[in-house]
Ligand binder design. Structure first.
Ligand SMILES: Cc1cc2nc3c(=O)[nH]c(=O)nc-3n(C[C@H](O)[C@H](O)[C@H](O)COP(=O)(O)OP(=O)(O)OC[C@H]3O[C@@H](n4cnc5c(N)ncnc54)[C@H](O)[C@@H]3O)c2cc1C
Length: 404
């Protein structure tokens, strides 16, 4: 029982829990032994099972065939799915597809929806989102040079992106490109365009090795190029120059999704830490958990995970009721706060396991490698702290402009 529970979450959460316990967790050991590039294919039976159990697409509204969860309800589902590294992908609500589906659902024409949204919702295709450029600081989003020039009824795109998550095998990329270079407001210069990855001039250069693994398929991050890449003008999402407005709309709920996934990871790491503390013998009859340092880690982790969880659910509650703009401070707060707790809890859980903690015999090392990025993507910690502090200081009469 939780103060954020609703009738709908009470009905659905046990079904997601059962699915994880009966279908997903038992396969994890086998799945995580595979090279990353083989993981996507190996998860397909789990996706089929999620469909059969009516747990597919938990992020979609009723109109698009989903359960029509509020953000708070979806956040609770996201926490549960986050307890497994393959939970979100198994139910088709993985980033970046979830953000792209939401963009297309709310801002794309009917034609774009039937061409690009439908295959994503059916799980027949994947997508990616290309915004960050190697030549520019991604933490200053207006600092980009990918150009999309309108030539009659087509946009011609030239540019270079990287860290395009899941570009390997994606059917299309939603690219952020400058279409209005002369606009006085830098936040009105970029637009979002859908680019099928079989368009001439689109090139996936490589999967970028991360902590020793380049990965493959869904589990990878690519460098991509656009070289005179022509797409119909009708592939524009929303209006010209609306790219940043749309990105903000995509990122608000997106941060709730990520943060609750991280809370799920924390819960699983916490369980592993407690199991190890209560089973590992330091000497005959002396358990690791009898040591005060370990007890401190357990107590501190419990308090921090609770604080993280309720901060995120509160932000989601505010977005549900007042919109993302009203929750701007809360969204920045949870992004750096929860990412930090995630690192701390994972690190303590690894330390509790000793050498075993850095092997691949538990899930901890996988998450340690692949979740370090949490403090960088969707805005590095420092940027969110700037945003929050600036907003607070404004109330005290101090106005600081961005990038001053
Ligand atoms: C795992 C992962 C997945 C990603 N997926 C995608 C994707 O799918 N699509 C996409 O477009 N991008 C993606 N990115 C890119 C991500 O959005 C950028 O890495 C991020 O915006 C930061 O930009 P940057 O790497 O250029 O760092 P920079 O902007 O160069 O910043 C470097 C560091 O400087 C510090 N810093 C920056 N600004 C400030 C400031 N104002 N005050 C104090 N310190 C500051 C921070 O510590 C920051 O980490 C992904 C990144 C990662 C790690």
């Amino acid at each position: 029982m939780d103060i954020f529970d609703t009738d709908k979450s009470r009905a659905f959460l046990p079904r997601y829990r059962a699915y994880l316990e009966e279908e997903v967790y038992p396969l994890e050991e086998q799945l995580l032994k595979l090279p990353l590039e083989d993981l996507e294919d190996a998860i397909q039976p789990l996706r089929k099972a999620a469909k059969q159990r009516g747990l597919w697409n938990p992020h979609l509204d009723q109109w698009h065939g989903g359960p029509d969860f509020s953000l708070v309800e979806f956040a609770q589902v996201s926490e549960l799915l986050g307890t497994s590294p393959v939970g979100h992908y198994s139910c088709n609500c993985q980033a970046p597809d979830i953000g792209n589906m939401e963009l297309l659902m709310h801002h794309a024409s009917n034609d774009l929806q039937s061409q690009f949204l439908k295959p994503l919702t059916y799980g027949e295709a994947r997508s990616c989102f290309g915004m960050t450029e190697p030549e520019h600081a991604g933490s200053n989003p207006v600092h980009m040079s990918t150009l999309a020039t309108l030539e009659e009824d087509h946009y011609v795109i030239n540019g270079h992106k990287w860290f395009t998550t899941a570009a390997d095998g994606a059917a299309f990329v939603i690219v952020m490109a400058i279409t209005e270079p002369e606009d006085a407001n830098p936040y009105q210069r970029a637009s979002m365009l859908v680019v099928p990855t079989d368009t001439e001039g689109y090139q996936r250069v490589r999967n970028i090795p991360i902590m020793g693994e380049a990965g493959g398929g869904y589990f990878s991050h690519s460098e991509i190029r656009f070289d005179n890449c022509r797409v119909p003008a009708a592939n524009l999402i929303g209006t010209r120059g609306a790219g940043f407005t749309l990105a903000q709309k995509r990122l608000g709920p997106g941060r709730i999704h990520h943060c609750m996934r991280w809370v799920g990871i924390c819960e699983r790491a916490f369980t592993l830490m407690c199991q190890r503390a209560s089973s590992r013998d330091l000497a005959p009859g002396v358990k690791l958990g009898s040591r005060q340092t370990i007890q401190n880690w357990i107590a501190e982790s419990r308090a921090e995970i609770n604080a993280a969880r309720y901060s995120v659910l509160h932000a989601a509650y505010k977005i549900d009721r007042m919109g993302a703009k009203a929750a701007k401070e809360d969204i920045s707060t949870i992004k750096f706060f929860v990412a930090d707790i995630l690192q701390k809890v994972l690190d303590r859980a690894i330390q509790t396991h000793g050498a075993m903690g850095i092997t691949d015999d538990t899930l901890l090392a996988f998450w340690y490698r692949h979740e370090r990025g949490a403090r960088i993507y969707d805005g590095p910690d420092e940027v969110h702290k700037n945003v929050l502090a600036r907003s607070i200081l404004k109330e005290y009469g101090l106005n600081i402009r961005t990038h001053e």
